[in-house]
Design a protein around this ligand. Sequence first.
Ligand code: CP
Length: 319
Amino acid sequence: MPNPQLNQHGELQHLLALRGLPRDVLVHILDTAASFLSVSDREVKKVPIMRGKSVFNLFFESSTRTRTTFEIAAKRLSADVINLNIAASSASKGESLLDTIDNLTAMHADMFVVRHAESGAPFLISQHLNTTGRHHIHVINAGDGRHAHPTQGLLDVFTIRHHKGDFSRLQVAIVGDILHSRVARSDIHALKTLGVPDVRVVGPRTLLSPEMLQMGIRTFNDMREGLRDVDVIIMLRLQNERMNGSLLPSAQEFFRNYGLTPERLSLARPDAIVMHPGPMNRGVEIDSAVADGSQAVILSQVTYGIAIRMAVMSILAGN
Ligand code: CP
């Protein structure tokens, strides 16, 4: 089946998920992002790549990092940015998602950045645009349900490449609520495509996903085994808003067994890096001594997110 994100020439038309995205497309995005890093250091932090284009930020779910860094990235590319206030929009009066999209395309939107609680919402929009002949309008998934968060996956592998250089000998542990995590899924697809030989997930049985076995991912229920000698630790937030019923005794119990403390971090390689997509819950999945410690690269991830989002938007815009 053809990849719905690529046009007939194999070029990126939408960014919906990292699953199935060819390695050369991933590497091209990472290399383009590297070239944009220096823009943030300039006195005039702008390039004219998307001058005259309109980017619509449609966040149907809350966000701090993703929404803001998409806005910064679009402005650095000289695009006009429109942040739809969802709570005050017609969506709150019962207008369907696709009717909202049709009205915004009538305002000459060039790109939609979409976050939605329903898995597949950005795909639905991209199909609607394609089947109604609006191929020039691009959709970027900014996180849909528990399905995918492709720009987070990209900025995570960008951060790993920046600190570790080569993917071919790395051991990467993703820890916590794997079951509900779109970040874990996007990270795993990107890491596997880039050739990381050992991607593992660590967490309680109730928060691991059976699909991990099909993806060739090792699973661990014990932090001491799961973290031993790894190069990268990616901590995840407990996604309470996506849990149906009680999957855990308590947040304190979770921290006792799976919280990343300095003692547990010492099981990893001495130069291991600690990552977290945010928002971070101190004392639930991560101890402050680790979150603020010398091995944490959590705030660098946020900064690299701007370059990654600039890269994705500029590639989609045809540059
Ligand atoms: N990592 C991430 O998606 O954070 P926000 O929810 O703040 O966008």
